[in-house]
Design a protein around this ligand. Sequence first.
Ligand code: IPM
Ligand code: MG
Length: 346
Amino acid sequence: MTYRIVALPGDGIGPEIMHGALQILEQLSDRFNFSYTAESHDFGGVAIDNHGTSLTDSTFQACESADAILLGAVGGPQWTDPHNRPEQGLLDLRQKLNLFANIRPTTVTDGTSHLSPIKEERVKGTDFVIVRELTSGIYFGQPKSWDDHQALDSLTYTREEIERIARVAFDLAQSRQQKLTSVDKENVLASSKLWRSVINEVAQDYPDVEVEHLLVDACAMHLITNPNRFDVIVTENLFGDILSDEASVMPGALGLSPSASFSSEGPRLYEPIHGSAPDIANQDKANPFGMLLSLAMCLRESFNQEEAASHLEQTIYDLVRQEKTTADLGGQYKTSEVIQFVANNI
Ligand code: IPM
Ligand code: MG
């Protein structure tokens, strides 16, 4: 079988890290004997520049018929039209492909716990996954409008939308430490009241999973004071966006965190959690590990290449321990040098 990959390098540091990921992918395919095709498409700001829109029909069609999508990052200060933003392409792609489940793991390895903004003794051993609902909530709720005097966003959730993300999270918790934290703002928001009751209903089907409910503000605090207590966290779109950025710096640098998004069927999308970092773009400074760890997730989850995925992850964690990294992880190497270290080990 030949896996069909669509690469969307995007903006800022996206093209540099994607270039590295495709190089490593080629080497992994030789070493672990699998075949693939990869085609790159404009997406985000670069697509606005070249085609007038962040997600063209042809890019969407390529994504739709791919086996998996690798995404670098989108956005940058040069795209200022609020009606035509690079980020809109990403939101459209998520919605059109129905990528409702976003999986964002946070793993603090021994090699990086000293770099964490949280005290080492607190953060050591932290290993949890945020399951973020990705295609509903205030990001997509209608009506949505703004003018110079007033702005309107709508926060809606249906029972079905909550139930399907809950099942993803419960299944994941079952395969891990059987502990699920559901995060909402039930003391204020109507959507959170429905959220909590649906979570409790679904919990009936998973008697082996221990469930706790946390308000989002309390969760933000517990993540800092006691990150070790979490196993799987499930939450709605906007809370998940915010909490996953908070979580993503725990391993020492934002540049280390991968993510995967999926629907019930169809291609999955893999991207690092970090953004396009326009301030360091084209300077050979970007940390390529978040992109490479996203590639590892892709190999494991979309293509069942467990061996290649673990080898890549192990290589990265070894390099982190040896400080053969970019500056954000305490090393003194350029992006291209770090990619070469990875390549040498494959
Ligand atoms: C993310 C990003 C996106 C989001 C932006 C780029 C629209 O912050 O993937 O977390 O808010 O979902
Ligand atoms: Mg975000």
